[in-house]
Ligand binder design. Structure first.
Ligand code: PGA
Length: 258
């Protein structure tokens, strides 16, 4: 996956309710993806649907991701899913540190262990970071992000950095209407700070190569501005990825401006 292409990730979260509906949604997205040559597309369905959906696909336009993974390879960890299991089901990517998981108790240390395990297993990590409304309003969000980045990447060697994509998702902007997404100008400023943080840890060249995505109330109406003016390399899409029509429009916009 080169940085030249935009990367659009569909995070289905705990949706849809049945495998039948997931298959229908996937087949519609698969059709929509056919002419999209300039965008890398990743779909993160619930893990229970992953293997079956991946087996329906033999093309190269779409890759699959787990929404989370545990750091141990196997063992007595009821309810957890390992990276080898995800890979075996067809996932090349894994989302780590989503704010909805952090809200359920995942610590910075847990996120770091998952990042290390995932790069070790050869997966591409979509590392989610993002501040709360309180941190944002108090103006402390940049320090907060710096801390989240350095703790998530602790111990990740330079030569594994190409396997990491950062998804900046301000928590206050997730799951709202498109009008409530972060404004592109502010996004651009934040992306520069994220890159500066990466540069401090790994050098400027590595920071410039790293893909930075935005997530939080993205949809067809704000895709163009977020990508172009926000200067991000792609989007992590929640709600709008559950509508094949909206998601297809977003792919078409990303293709047009790539
Ligand atoms: P949203 O979710 O697009 O529904 O805001 C984004 C996310 O949480 O990844």
């Amino acid at each position: 996956m080169s940085k030249a292409k935009k990367l659009i990730v569909a995070n289905w979260k705990m949706n849809p309710e049945t495998y039948g509906k997931a298959e229908e949604l996937f087949l519609e997205i698969k059709e929509a993806a056919r002419p999209i040559s300039k965008v890398d597309i990743v779909i993160a369905p619930p893990a229970i649907y992953l293997g079956e959906l991946a087996s329906l696909y033999s093309g190269s336009r779409i890759a699959f991701a787990g929404q989370d993974a545990f750091w141990e390879k196997k063992g007595a960890h009821t309810g957890e899913i390992s990276l080898p299991m995800l890979k075996d089901s067809g996932a090349t990517h894994v989302i780590v540190g989503h704010s909805e998981r952090r809200a359920r108790g995942e610590s910075d240390e847990d996120v770091n262990k998952k990042v290390l395990a995932a790069v070790g297993a050869g997966s591409i990590v979509i590392l989610c970071i993002g501040e709360s409304d309180r941190d944002h309003r108090s103006g402390h969000h940049l320090e907060f992000l710096t801390k989240q980045i350095s703790s998530a990447l602790r111990g990740v060697p330079q030569n594994k950095l190409s396997r990491i994509v950062v998804a900046y998702e301000p928590i206050w902007a997730i799951g709202k209407s498109e009008e409530e997404a972060m404004q592109p100008a502010e996004l651009h400023e934040t992306v520069l700070i994220i890159k500066k943080n990466i540069a401090q840890l790994y050098g400027k060249a590595a920071a410039l190569k790293m893909r930075i995505l935005y997530g939080g109330s993205t949809g067809p109406k704000n895709t163009e501005r977020l990508l172009a003016e926000g200067e991000v390399d792609g989007l992590l899409v929640g709600k709008a990825s559950l509508s094949s029509k909206e998601f297809a429009e977003m792919l078409q916009i990303a293709q047009r401006i790539s």
